[in-house]
Design a protein around this ligand. Structure first.
Ligand code: 5RP
Length: 221
């Protein structure tokens, strides 16, 4: 079974958790896009819900799917948040931000009562870090942060897109770093977040309540 199909069946399964009247955090990325399409179908079939998008791209998809949107200010706390991940481990720790939406995604996860991650089986790892960790930085401070991360032996790479520096929805930059050798991820995250100019990291260490993972033609929890 292809990764695309595994993403799709995990996304369909996640939509089952959305009940009438819920406020739903809408994640970003290709797996989340399947979930948004499914929720759109359910809304067309009578489901009453409102979504809070984690990126401009997700807002566009959700509107196309016919899902009513609220800002985070309007929503406050969401009943449920459904998002993808780049990696998850047995402790339900995640690396996120491959698509660059980590900042708003982490804010939505923090402000949701129940967080579901949807993924294909290729995202499951014993130890986080084969996927490079995205760190969102303020452009003004990015060169000094690169020097500091090099000193920590994290081998930062400034993310580029079409030969230009990649910019997030918040007009920040992303540094992708190598954390595979790091044992204490909590300590690492605390260290990173304390560097002035670092806005957020893609380490989601304790927000996830449930992972729905497509494995072949079944969804495992
Ligand atoms: C975007 C993310 C995505 O959830 C992550 O990159 C997974 O994407 P996909 O579902 O396309 O594999 O964190 O910032």
């Amino acid at each position: 079974m292809s990764a695309e199909n595994e993403k799709w069946i995990a996304a369909i399964a996640s939509a089952e958790y959305v009940k009438n009247g819920m406020l739903v955090g809408l994640g970003s990325g290709s797996t989340a896009a399947f979930m948004i399409a499914e929720l759109g179908k359910r809304v067309a079939g009578g489901l009453i819900m409102k979504g809070v998008p984690s990126s401009d791209a997700t807002a566009r998809l959700a509107k196309q799917a016919g899902i009513s949107l609220l800002s985070l200010d309007e929503a406050g706390t969401m009943d449920i948040n459904i998002d993808g991940a780049d990696e998850f481990d047995p402790q339900l720790q995640l690396i996120k931000g491959g698509g660059g939406a980590l900042l708003r995604e982490k804010i939505l996860a923090h402000n949701s009562r129940f967080n579901i991650i949807i993924a294909d089986s290729g995202k499951e790892v014993e130890r986080l870090g084969k996927f490079q960790l995205p760190i969102e930085t303020i452009p003004f401070a990015t060169q000094t942060i690169i020097a500091e991360l090099e000193h920590l032996d994290l081998q930062p790479k400034l993310r580029m897109k079409n030969d230009e520096v990649y910019k997030t929805d918040e007009n920040n930059y992303i540094l992708d770093v190598d954390i595979f050798q790091k044992d204490d991820l909590k300590e690492l995250n605390t260290l990173l977040i304390q560097i002035p100019g670092v806005v957020e990291t893609g380490l989601f260490l304790s927000s996830t309540d449930l992972v729905l993972v497509g494995q072949g033609n079944k969804v495992a929890t």
